[in-house]
Design a binder for this molecule. Structure first.
Ligand code: PLP
Length: 380
């Protein structure tokens, strides 16, 4: 393919060849529109979509009719949060979130706040984990929604979702979770965790880009969303538009594979991460790992290299693909809001690199990366 060592799996993942294999027939022979009810090509497409829907529902302990397909987690988040306005949330109400959310959540909440809705961005602790008791202190009579990121895309920290879900349930607060980074990597049970809305993405788990899903709870309580797009009544009326059957089939297959191999993959990826960390620590004894090392996505390492410029490191190591600051905001030179939330100074953020190890990386690649750091950077 190419000789780049890809260590940016929190930004996106390569497609799993097995996923592509399942998708191919739906790009060629079975190309029908699942909304075509009068012929076999339509029925085949519809059947494939419903099988994928069931696979995704099974992955999160939901019913099939509680899962709708979207173009990705960003759209799911928009449908979920904007959709609550005028149904469950009105002017004068209050929303709770953290200060390390993905931009998709932050930007939607900022837009919503213009409708006289108050948003509290609660600070995480220094290790990048939110304290459930702190959330509790912010709950008011008019708090209607809490939205929390499950696994952070920059520092990998995992939030105590089950604990927060129980708190929300006790206070009749709708609970939305951004699970783009944890789907297929952590056990997610929307009932056990009292989750009402869950946003998911395909391209973070080796499915193609442009496909995602949203879980919308049907009972206890039933969540009513006002659709933000109109036309055609697809996806239970929540999201119109002809379904990308090939992508949906790919997403369903990717979910199934991820869940089946979850423990084995996590263990192997964790081992590679430890190898990388120990190797880098030998070269840079004063490096700092940002975010809790225990409650963390196996593949994520977010490291500050004091006195080094992350940008210059990347320029010297052009064979390694990883990110400085955050992937989403690295086109603009603003420091990552997540690293700022941990209390890092601007110059520390400029010395920070995110490594994202995935299931297609090898231990050999990790050793090559360590060697490259050693050769190109030792003694600056
Ligand atoms: C990637 C990501 C998103 C956005 O997902 P898309 O499918 O790319 O729209 C949202 N939240 C988190 C935590 C992510 O990692």
């Amino acid at each position: 393919m190419n000789n780049i060592i890809y260590l940016d799996n929190q930004a996106t993942t390569p497609i799993d060849p097995k996923v592509l294999e399942f998708m191919n027939p739906y790009l060629q022979d079975s190309f029908g529109n699942p909304a075509s009810v009068n012929h076999i090509l339509g029925w085949q497409a519809d059947e494939a979509v419903e099988i994928a829907r069931e696979k995704i529902a099974n992955t999160i302990g939901a019913q099939s009719n509680e899962v709708i397909f979207t173009s990705g987690a960003t759209e799911s988040i928009n449908i979920a949060l904007q959709g609550l306005i005028d149904s469950h949330i009105k002017g004068g109400d209050h929303i709770i979130t953290s200060n390390i959310e993905h931009k998709a959540v932050i930007d939607v909440l900022n837009a919503i706040s213009k409708k006289n809705i108050e948003v509290s961005f609660i600070s995480v602790s220094k290790n990048g984990i939110i304290d459930t008791n702190k959330i509790k202190k912010y709950i008011k009579q008019n708090t209607k929604l809490c939205t929390i990121i499950h696994g952070n895309n920059e520092i990998g920290t995992i939030q105590p979702i089950e604990e927060i879900g129980r708190l929300c349930k006790d206070h009749n607060i709708i609970f939305h979770v951004d699970a783009a980074q944890t789907l297929g990597k952590r056990e997610i049970d929307v009932n056990k965790m009292n989750i009402d809305l869950l946003s998911m993405s395909g391209h973070k788990i080796y499915a193609p880009k442009g496909i995602g899903a949203l879980f919308i709870r049907r009972k206890n309580p039933r969540i009513e969303l006002k659709p933000i797009l109109h036309g055609g009544g697809h996806e239970y009326g929540y999201r119109p538009g002809t379904l990308p059957v090939h992508n949906i089939v790919g997403f369903g297959t990717a979910c199934e594979i991820s869940i089946k191999n979850k423990d084995v993959d996590n263990k192997r990826i964790n081992k590679m991460k430890n190898t990388l960390l120990i190797g880098l620590q030998k070269i840079f004894p004063d490096l700092i790992v940002n975010g809790d090392l225990k409650n963390r996505l196996e593949g994520n390492l977010n490291i500050t290299f004091p006195k080094y410029s992350a940008e210059k490191i990347m320029m010297k190591l052009t064979k390694i693909a990883c990110s400085t600051g955050s992937a989403c905001s690295s086109s603009t030179p603003t420091p990552s809001h997540v690293l700022l939330a941990l209390g890092l100074k601007k110059e520390q953020i400029n010395s920070t690199i995110r490594f994202g190890i995935g299931k297609f990386n090898t231990t050999e690649q990790i050793h090559t990366v360590i060697d490259m750091f050693n050769e190109k950077l030792k003694g600056k």
